[in-house]
Design a protein around this ligand. Sequence first.
Ligand code: NAP
Length: 245
Amino acid sequence: MTDLRRIAHTATAVATAALLLLVAGGHGALAAEPEPERIAIIGTGNVGSALGERWAAAGHAVTWGTRRPDDEDIAALVARAGHGASAQPLADAVADAGVVVLAIPWKAVDEVLDKLGELAGRIVVDPINATRFADGRVTLAHPALAEHIASRVPDARVVKALNTTVAEHMRAPPDTHPVTVPLAGDDPAAVARVTRLITDLGLVAQPVGPLYNARHVEAMGILYIDVNLMHEDIPGFEYRLEPVD
Ligand SMILES: NC(=O)c1ccc[n+]([C@@H]2O[C@H](COP(=O)([O-])OP(=O)(O)OC[C@H]3O[C@@H](n4cnc5c(N)ncnc54)[C@H](OP(=O)(O)O)[C@@H]3O)[C@@H](O)[C@H]2O)c1
């Protein structure tokens, strides 16, 4: 088995263990519910609102980190989400979070990380597409954004995920076909926990190896945007990856 496959298999095994904590007893086996996550979602736009509303409904503790916690539209978002969700200024939002999702434009990454401060031990999910639109084309504006983020928060566990589908499908996945979400990260336990969150959205998680591969997942995001948004003559698509032995 290659190293890459071993990492993916390890992540899948840890995910399975986390999801199905079997308590064996004399009368059979009981599946224990995994603990809800404490999730800080930075950004309240298309992606941040969709993820937060879905995860709150799935039982996770959601706090949005926003520059505008007192604005009316943020209050409406919090009310819509219910389930104890809240909105806080950026640094306050991450105070108790185990998972921090950066649902922000790529150009805001450094500024936001400066404001968030210490993220040691947290899982940082990067769903960002670093896009440059010019001359009717979209191209990658950064060669390896997730690795850049990891270099800025060296004691956090960065996972690249959710940049290869559209926010509408995070809010409501299509009922006609499964949508695969490739995710890349160096920490198998972090990949397993993000796998569970992706599953809670009704999407199909496919670990694709270490964070080094995030740059390839980022290129997949650009291909997705290019085909789906920039060409009327090419049929749109969603990623559907099938694991093989
Ligand atoms: N839209 C999609 O379908 C989609 C799909 C996959 C991935 N993505 C990626 O996900 C990210 C978010 O996309 P989106 O469509 O949700 O964008 P969006 O609707 O423009 O929302 C971005 C949010 O980021 C926050 N923000 C912006 N500048 C900021 C700054 N300087 N400091 C702090 N917060 C800032 C804002 O939240 P507040 O005003 O509340 O602070 C804003 O609502 C992007 O990187 C995009 O490439 C998007």
